[in-house]
Design a protein around this ligand. Structure first.
Ligand code: GLY
Length: 378
């Protein structure tokens, strides 16, 4: 197996395109680095009749990023108007109040069915601006421009949009596919270390759930990824997006169970986030520990062999991600897990690995085992 960077995978050196195949809702994920001048051309290909752009950006990426993208759009003579507004960084912006403010803003800017929303930021902006696009005037086209690793490899792809209710994350939303996902990995060079590394947890996830060769590549190239080696990052984003696109193409609306595999480690992770207090751990850090708990559960149920847990532990550790949670408390985590969207009629269900590259949805899991693996992960 060749574990070096396969340069021949790329039509233009350093650039690649992954197609999300969804009939008339198909779209490209374009991945490049330091090519902001190409943005306008990419948008023209995806949305030839763009006339009014509604740019919604995270305040943290205004300068120079959102400003440069707006300037690129303004260079097109057919783009008549560019409206832009910033959103405060952080999960609290995914609220009904902020959603309401953005709808009023789109209205005040003269938005109509031909306007196009551009979401520039991490997962919060993508979800929020995507839901504005999904719901204003029964649906506007939109473009995702993710600026965090986590958003590049996961939340910007697949059309999940939405906001939080005060006591329920992601409870209101819609499946609404973007017309284009435009990724410039150069923007990651300014991301704080913790945020960048936490995105690697979702990258490792794709290796475990879908792509054993990619997992092996990650084992060899983790050091380069941690050091933010640009070609390695681009390749990891491309492979992650290929997996995500494949899964979304097979089960767009999470009806067959196939898309649920993307939630590997997430039932534990959501309980970790809720019980440790949101913000104590970053989402990717909680996912890393959650994948460890899920792998231990697979072992305890005789579904997987010990080397799976060993390899996953080693890779996550190489990515500088946490693999244990000293404060993990099964008495606090279990009630949260019982409320998870994957609980069916009071029975706990988990995405569990069978081997590297293959997982399955396992129902009716014994609560006692779940408690044990939480204890083992402290
Ligand atoms: N992040 C899980 C999904 O897109 O389905």
């Amino acid at each position: 197996m060749n574990l070096s960077l396969p340069a021949t995978d790329h039509s233009v050196p350093g650039d690649s395109t992954v197609r999300v195949q969804l009939d008339d809702r198909s779209y490209d994920i374009e991945i490049s680095s330091g090519k902001v001048e190409r943005f306008a051309d990419s948008v023209t290909r995806a949305i030839p009749d763009l006339s009014h752009a509604l740019v919604i950006f995270d305040e943290a990426v205004k300068e120079p990023w959102a400003a440069a993208l707006s300037a690129a759009l303004a260079s097109r003579s057919d783009v008549l108007r560019i409206s832009s507004t910033s959103v405060a960084s952080g999960e609290s912006s995914k609220s009904i109040d902020e959603y309401d403010r953005l709808l009023q803003w789109v209205l005040a800017e003269g938005g109509d069915r031909k306007s196009v929303v551009f979401a520039v930021g991490g997962g919060v902006i993508g979800d929020l601006a995507g839901f504005v696009a999904a719901s204003f005037a029964r649906g506007l086209r939109f473009v995702q421009i993710p600026t965090t690793l986590l958003a590049m490899v996961d939340s910007s792809v697949g059309g999940k949009t939405g906001i939080n209710l005060p006591t329920a994350k992601n409870m209101v939303g819609a499946f609404w596919q973007p017309s284009l996902v435009w990724i410039d990995s150069h923007v990651l060079s300014t991301l704080p270390d913790r945020s960048y590394l936490s995105g690697l947890a979702e990258v490792v996830k794709y290796g475990v759930i879908d792509d054993a060769d990619f997992f092996s590549w990650l084992e060899v190239n983790a050091v380069g990824l941690v050091k933010r080696d640009a070609p390695s990052i681009r390749y990891a984003i491309e492979k992650s997006c290929q997996s995500k696109a494949r899964v979304v193409g097979e089960d767009e609306r999470e009806t067959s169970g196939r898309r649920a595999i993307l939630n590997y480690g997430h039932t534990f992770a959501h309980a970790i986030e809720a019980t440790c207090g949101y913000g104590t751990l970053l989402h990717g850090e909680a996912v890393s520990i959650g994948m460890q708990m899920a792998a231990r559960l697979a072992l305890a149920m005789g579904l997987a062999q010990p080397d799976l847990l060993e390899r996953q532990t080693q890779l996550l550790t190489s990515c500088r991600l946490p693999v244990v949670l000293p404060d993990a408390n099964p008495d606090e985590m279990l009630p949260v897990m019982m409320k998870d969207k994957k609980v069916a009629h009071g029975k706990l269900r988990f995405i569990l690995p069978k081997r590297i590259g293959a997982v399955s949805l396992v129902g009716d899991v014994d609560e006692k085992l779940v408690r044990e693996v939480i204890q083992q992960s402290r």
